[in-house]
Design a protein around this ligand. Structure first.
Ligand code: CP
Ligand code: NVA
Length: 334
């Protein structure tokens, strides 16, 4: 029977919300990763951990990974999930967000919400006693960034484990090329917490929100992480992992034509990956990362996403393991 992970410091996550990664400290992330690694190795000891818990999923936008992982994961640990399709009527349309929260807290143990506005999440969290998890908003995607850093920690830790991998993330050079929106913002928060040297490469006008850059830079002081913003694809040189995301996020569809042309020079192709490799002076080929869904031929070529250095499906799998860990710590399952 595998040993259960320690239950000490992350107890502070009991009943916590996860609206952005800024609310987690490095020690909590480490504990989450240790639990995620344990549940990934063997879910058997956790089969009854969330017995009797009910989690509601409120989704205003489409999803494959987030919905499936938040349904399959809790199911493996004894919890029940209810899916509410809010694609036709946004949260807050039929009754106020405040009343929504005040009702839901009477029946469910956790709210997982994918919404347009971050304000809806803030308002839900302010008006209900149960944990609220951001399953993506226009501004942040914290569950994605947690899975991404967990994946890197697994790769870097190899046989020595995720804790060793986390230590190796300090000073690790991660370059994000594309739109500086939700996924990028959460990666930036994570970089600041974990000591990663994070470079955002984007067209002018698509950089992350100045307030988020400032917040991340302020948080990075303690970890030694750095946040660099560039508009030059050449800044990819030396990156140990290259990350991209769609050029047209959910909600940005009306700007598709403008965006396709603005981002055309920011495609991740073999030439760009070579540039990253060469800058790393003979080190291993950089990892290719993507939150998915990918638009093959747009932000990334088939050759790159299908290459041996692509870890995109590991990222997708790990969404479930880190979210399982989150739920276990938030709902008192460990
Ligand atoms: N990466 C991610 O959140 O995927 P979905 O939009 O399919 O949930
Ligand atoms: N930036 C993308 C992420 C999808 C997971 C979007 O918001 O559509």
């Amino acid at each position: 029977m595998p040993t259960m992970p320690p239950t000490t410091s992350p107890a502070s996550l009991k009943n916590a919300d996860l609206l952005t990664l800024a609310s987690l400290d490095a020690a909590q992330i480490e504990e989450l990763f240790i639990t995620a690694a344990a549940t990934k190795r063997d879910i058997a000891p956790y089969r009854r951990a969330l017995d009797g818990k009910t989690i509601i999923l409120l989704f205003e936008k489409p999803s494959l990974r987030t919905r499936v992982t938040f349904e399959v994961g809790p199911g493996k640990m004894g919890a029940k999930t209810i899916f509410f399709d809010h694609s036709k009527e946004r949260v807050g349309a039929r009754e106020s967000v405040k009343d929504y929260g005040r009702n839901l807290e009477r029946w469910v143990d956790c709210i997982v919400a994918r919404v347009f506005s971050q304000d809806v999440l803030e308002e839900l969290a302010a008006n209900c006693a149960v944990p609220v998890i951001n399953a993506l908003s226009d501004s942040f995607h914290p569950c994605q960034a947690l899975a991404d850093y967990f994946t890197l920690a697994e790769k870097l830790g190899a046989k020595q484990g995720v804790k060793a991998g986390l230590a190796r993330l300090r000073g690790f050079r991660l370059a994000y090329i594309g739109d500086g929106n939700n996924v990028c913002a959460s990666l930036m928060h994570g970089a600041a917490k974990l000591g990663v040297q994070f470079t955002v490469i984007c067209p002018k006008g698509y950089q992350p929100e100045p307030a988020v850059i400032e917040e991340a830079r302020a948080m990075a002081g303690a970890s030694g992480g750095t946040i660099t913003i560039s508009h030059d694809p050449g800044a990819i040189k030396g990156a140990q992992a290259v990350y991209t995301d769609t050029w047209v996020s959910m909600g940005d569809e009306a700007e598709k034509v403008k965006r396709m042309s603005a981002f055309a020079k920011f495609r991740v192709d073999e030439k760009l990956m070579d540039l990253a490799t060469n800058g790393a002076s003979g080190g291993p080929a950089p990892f290719f990362m993507h939150c998915l869904p990918a638009h093959r031929g747009a932000e990334v070529t088939d050759a790159v996403i299908d290459s041996p250095s692509s870890i995109v499906y590991d990222q997708a799998e790990n969404r479930m393991h880190v979210q399982n860990a989150l739920l276990l710590h938030m709902l008192g399952g460990v």
